[in-house]
Design a protein around this ligand. Structure first.
Ligand code: HEC
Length: 166
């Protein structure tokens, strides 16, 4: 009969071999931001409006956490709490997104906007907002960014309004 210590050793070996494998197999943004579960109320994948038709797209808590991290790093200085500091009349609230031409209240429209930011009435390019080029972020990541904005506009308390609490 094998000694107890052997089993312990074997378990340790499996554990220490398995641990790095788990770590490397996960994508870089796999962690869930507590903000996403608490304020965006997302734990299981949710569907968000994908276009002006009835199509939707699924977003996991990980996708939205990735979107939040991208937003925090690249957009927050102008858009803290969903506001627009250089132009407070164009916030990221759901009402503002719905009032734009064309409407920006769905994933595809937001991605199109971020690839080429336009003025609120859609007539010309705006140079103030940050353009997200293809070479910088591939489509799935811009979609995560768009998903975060849309879900925050729908659920985050005070998002895009004067009452936002940080
Ligand atoms: C230097 C400041 C600045 C940065 C950085 C910035 N934006 Fe903007 N953003 C603006 C301004 C100003 C507007 C309004 C532009 C206009 O209507 O002409 C705007 C508009 C928008 C709108 C449209 C809002 C609406 O109601 O239609 C979205 C969406 C948006 N920004 C997303 C982003 C995202 C995502 C990022 C980060 C990748 C970002 N912005 C980075 C300044 C900024």
């Amino acid at each position: 009969m094998l000694h107890k210590k052997f089993w312990l050793w074997l378990l340790l070996c499996i554990f220490s071999l398995g641990l790095p494998m788990v770590t490397v197999s996960l994508p870089a943004y796999a962690a869930v931001d507590p903000y996403v579960t608490r304020f965006l109320k997302v734990a299981e994948p949710i569907s968000l409006k994908a276009d002006t038709a009835e199509n939707t797209r699924l977003f996991s808590a990980e996708d939205l956490s990735d979107g939040k991290a991208l937003f925090g790093k690249n957009c927050l200085n102008c858009h803290v709490g969903g506001n627009t500091l250089p132009d407070p009349t164009v916030p990221l609230s759901l009402t503002a997104l719905q009032g734009a031409t064309p409407k920006r209240d769905n994933i595809n429209a937001l991605v199109t906007y971020l690839r080429q930011p336009m003025t609120y009435d859609g007539t010309e390019e705006t140079l103030v907002c940050r353009q997200v080029s293809e070479s910088w972020l591939p489509t799935p990541r811009v979609e995560n960014l768009a998903g975060f904005i849309l879900r925050a506009a729908q659920n985050a308390p005070g998002w895009g309004t004067e009452t936002f609490q940080d």
